[in-house]
Design a protein around this ligand. Sequence first.
Ligand code: SAM
Ligand code: SF4
Length: 331
Amino acid sequence: MNTHQLVDPFGRRITYLRLSVTDRCDFRCTYCMSEDMQFAPRAQILSLEELYAVADAFIGLGVQRIRITGGEPLVRKNLLSLLQRLGQREELDDLAITTNGSQLVEMAAPLRAAGVRRLNISLDSLQRERFAAFTRRDKLDQVLAGIDAARAAGFERIKLNSVVQSGRNDDEVLDLVEFAIARGLDISFIEEMPLGSVVSHSREQTFCSSDEVRQRIEQRHALVRSSKVTGGPSRYWQVVGTQTQVGFISPHSHNFCGDCNRVRVTAEGKLVLCLGHDNALDLKRLLRAHPGDGERLRQALIEALRLKPERHHFATDEQVQVVRFMSITGG
Ligand code: SAM
Ligand code: SF4
């Protein structure tokens, strides 16, 4: 089988797949979903077998890193059986999950045993009422217990993800950094992206740039640029004298498309070539028309890569609201 065939017209090699396993979630974060979010009918969601077939095709074409996401991936029934299969694939350098942390008390150890190496856990506030306002669920204690369970389970790295909003949690940036340092975790601060329309707040008013966040941290800690490159929107800095790296995910204020190495597959089997564009290839149709035909699937992926856009336009006048929600695309 030929590997490393996933190269787009701009010479970027695709080595990283973000695979969404569900659009459902037990939280309703205000920047991500409405309270009465309509989820896709179950029949529209890829089966675990189909998800594995997609991952297998990408691995066959040179993908070395897979991140499982959602929705909330840990609400997907029997997810462990998929992870166990992926965990055995030696071609993968990394198998990671992004989670809201609500199920980690029970799931952390089994995830690690299945071969998951790294976890990203979302945490926007350490204050109970604020956390409940962000997520529309009063579950901070459960998530904090989940973070402890993840630390005990021995993952290679655990990173917190915090969306920062001006006037809502920007005053907690230093508290979140201290929380991460005290536990030897990394933390990324995320600029909110215009994905899906939200009713709870005005994104222009709550926008907080990564530069502002970094300045807040530098009031207390020295940061040095880290050599870590992800081929994604994160830029990393080491907090001097600690084990903690701080990342900034800045789709607005910094363009990161030039070295983009990733594509996404939604829970409904849409191959999304760029988070900022709506063009997508329907892999589910192909999978269901030709079950078990891995070669056809690989060819379709190679051809689809020709359509990968050069860049997103989140920060320019050309920007149109992208209608998909992050929970659908897979964060
Ligand atoms: N449910 C899991 C979680 O919350 O970690 C995984 C999926 S979630 C869509 C992945 C990440 O996307 C989370 O860290 C979340 O904070 C972030 N996210 C969701 N909507 C966003 C938006 N509009 N802008 C920026 N980040 C967003
Ligand atoms: Fe669920 Fe994650 Fe979206 Fe929050 S950000 S609603 S936890 S999918």
